[in-house]
Ligand binder design. Sequence first.
Ligand code: AMP
Length: 221
Amino acid sequence: MFRMVILGAPGSGKGTISNRIIRDFALKHLSVGDVLRSHVNNKSSVGQEAESYMKAGKLVPDATMVKLISYELKRLDSVPWLLDGFPRNVSQAKMLTNISKLDLVLSLDVPNQIIIDRIKERWIHEPSGRIYNTSFNPPTVPGKDDVTGEKLTQRPDDAPEAVGRRLTLYSDNTKPILEFYAEKHILKEFRGTESNEIYPRVKLFLEEIIPKELHILEKSN
Ligand code: AMP
């Protein structure tokens, strides 16, 4: 049974790459953030334990995560999967070792400055949530929403300093996880700046290691 984890900083394109992987390979995509949000919406016991931490933008305690992950992965016992959003620290990585045997940990390595520059170009229309990017999706009139003509703003947490802080936190937490998996010889890192350039290399690599019966042949790119 093929099992993999994907790691990548916020803004690294992890969502895009994950979506392409599950388009091209028959893996069940388990996004831990999404699973947690559905537990919160359903007011399950895990959801009630997790809610306040998520609202505060803090990691949910490992004890709650153990329950959640063991339950979710047990349900997927005979299904190949792509795990996204877990582990976020070494104790979670160790815990995962006790639950499942991983075949691959894929890590996206996008330079911090590239991510900071990209997020700097993001402008939003607060009332509607419409998002623009001054490079590849600019508003018709600079600084104005296309539909209402109202002013566009930038999110405080998209400011370069805030993004820089998030990225530093991510690399501090992730470095030991990468070392943990490198020692187990299952880590593969892909360095690059854009998903469109990174993904073809990811795909070629996955085609070599994911069993043929899981390749979705009709769709390509
Ligand atoms: P995400 O959608 O991955 O950004 O996750 C949203 C929130 O869920 C995070 O801010 C954390 O509060 C929580 N969360 C997601 N994954 C984990 C994890 N592996 N361990 C602890 N908390 C997590």
